[in-house]
Design a binder for this molecule. Structure first.
Ligand SMILES: Nc1ncnc2c1ncn2[C@@H]1O[C@H](COP(=O)(O)OP(=O)(O)OP(=O)(O)O)[C@@H](O)[C@H]1O
Length: 249
């Protein structure tokens, strides 16, 4: 379980997050939305242990976060910069396994299995720059999943992709979440996306000193699909509630 208890975060004297308390149960896919600059990325950096909480405490499974937690993976928007261009796709994906002491053959086999899972079989020997943006982001997702993280942080991961690719990757994320039960904190600007992928949506207020202004469970009937789910009256009502909260209504 991830817990933020009265977390305050600053850059110098500039307050970004104030008194932020949030509990994310195991296996939940939590979406965080809010106006630009309100501190969503700062929140993720704090959870990732990259930025120590100035006030309050962050814990993962009751252990205070004082550095990067074990079994944590992060996917950023900027896939172009997160992959190593001189490594093959397979070696990019296998990289985190080095720390686990797995031999080269084992690492490559694990990378190929996960590449197949994200729909990238046949690309193992290519280099990231030989792939489309959507495929590169799939590589970044594969690399995040290869160590079977218990906590996955995603910062606007589909923000720079075209609409069709974005929908495909949203569905891939839902499939991974359903199968692995990974706890996911997913930051997005896109209100529709937050309701489509989330089990729960949290809206942050505009800064400085953002706090949670809406905490909404997403209860939608049936298995989600891009056309049917987005047309449901329940979906439209949730989207309106999140939209109003983001706009301060
Ligand atoms: N390294 C930094 N040093 C100083 N100020 C920063 C730094 N990173 C972010 N900020 C400021 O902190 C505030 C929150 O930034 P953050 O990137 O967390 O917001 P965000 O909600 O993720 O924004 P966006 O939605 O535009 O990506 C902003 O005012 C930003 O200018």
């Amino acid at each position: 379980m991830l817990r933020l208890d009265a977390v305050g975060q600053y850059y110098g004297d500039h307050p970004v997050l104030r008194d932020l308390t949030l509990t994310v149960p195991d296996g939940q896919l939590l979406c965080v939305v809010g106006p630009s600059g309100c501190g969503k990325s700062t929140l993720l950096r704090t959870v990732a242990g990259l930025l120590p909480a100035r006030e309050g405490e962050v814990t993962v499974d009751d252990t205070p976060v004082t550095g990067v937690p074990d079994r944590l993976a992060v996917v950023f928007q900027d896939y172009g910069r997160s992959l190593y261009p001189w490594l093959t796709v397979r070696d990019n994906v296998a990289l985190p396994l080095r720390r686990q002491g797995l031999g080269r053959t084992g690492r490559r086999a694990a990378a190929e299995r996960i590449l197949e899972r994200v729909g990238l079989d046949g690309t193992a020997r290519r280099h990231p720059w030989q792939l489309s943006g959507g495929m590169q982001q799939r590589v970044a997702i594969a690399r995040a999943l290869v160590c079977r993280p218990s906590l996955l942080l995603m910062d606007e991961p589909f923000g720079s992709l075209d609409a069709q690719t974005r929908e495909d990757l949203e569905d891939l994320l839902l499939e991974v979440h359903r199968t692995d039960g990974t706890t996911i904190v997913f930051v997005t600007h896109d209100i529709d996306e937050s309701v489509y992928v989330g089990d729960r949506v949290v809206v942050l207020s505009p800064g400085p000193g953002s706090r949670v202004v809406l905490d909404l469970p997403v209860e939608l009937p049936g298995k989600r699909d891009q056309i049917g789910t987005r047309g449901l009256p329940e979906f439209v009502a949730l989207r309106s509630a999140v939209g109003r909260a983001v706009r301060g209504g």
